[in-house]
Design a protein around this ligand. Structure first.
Ligand SMILES: Cc1cc2nc3c(=O)[nH]c(=O)nc-3n(C[C@H](O)[C@H](O)[C@H](O)COP(=O)(O)O)c2cc1C
Length: 179
């Protein structure tokens, strides 16, 4: 088990997703002292409702909160939809605004497209507002526009693999510097 536990979140629910491939590649490429684990519960979360935020929160919400609480850091890779953050991802973040699992937590925000900019900026703004620590040097844009979603191919691409490895090392360093 590595010294740094990083949870990877893909903002896309597509079965064959380039952002999913990026997270899967991060799982495979994690350096020896880092473990990256993909969170796959985004589709199971109910729509956020402040009325049921606390005691009545459902199992998927409690599981999300526990997963985030146990993580040292997060990697989020998300598509842009209509210049915004996908609703399913924002929904997940809304569930932890009040419960606070992201407070002071280092987060790397990956962008798999050179065309998309608004969603990345919006995500950084939301995370910062939630008091997460967006680690800029670990927040990379990968020029994967038009690439087939294949984690093995991404891991075999020296430039992509190096960028992901370096980002994970920067994220781990940010965790270490806060301990
Ligand atoms: C409803 C919808 C809206 C989109 N809006 C944008 C957009 O505003 N800007 C952009 O760069 N790409 C946009 N895209 C393209 C997606 O960001 C792109 O297909 C991305 O690779 C999907 O990621 P995924 O493979 O992980 O699902 C949109 C796609 C969909 C389905």
């Amino acid at each position: 088990m590595g010294r740094f536990r990083i949870v990877g979140i893909n903002g896309s629910l597509r079965r064959v997703s380039i952002n999913g491939a990026v997270i899967d590649a991060a799982v495979d490429l994690a350096p020896g002292d880092v473990v990256v684990e993909g969170y796959r519960g985004l589709a199971d979360l109910p729509p956020f409702n402040p009325d049921i935020e606390d005691a009545a929160a459902s199992e998927p919400v409690r599981s999300l909160r526990q997963t985030l609480a146990q993580a040292d850091a997060l990697v989020i890779s998300s598509p842009e939809y209509a210049h915004g953050v996908p609703g399913v991802l924002k929904n997940a973040l809304d569930w932890v605004v009040g419960s606070g699992e992201l407070i002071d937590k280092p987060v790397a925000v990956f962008n798999a497209s050179t065309r998309a900019r608004h969603a990345w900026e919006s995500l950084v703004e939301t995370l910062t507002t939630m008091s997460a620590v967006v680690v800029r040097e670990a927040s990379i844009t990968l020029p994967l526009d038009g690439r087939r979603p294949d984690a093995a191919a991404l891991a075999a691409d020296a430039a992509v693999a190096d960028a992901i490895r370096t980002a994970l090392a920067s994220l781990a360093a940010a965790v270490a510097s806060r301990r």
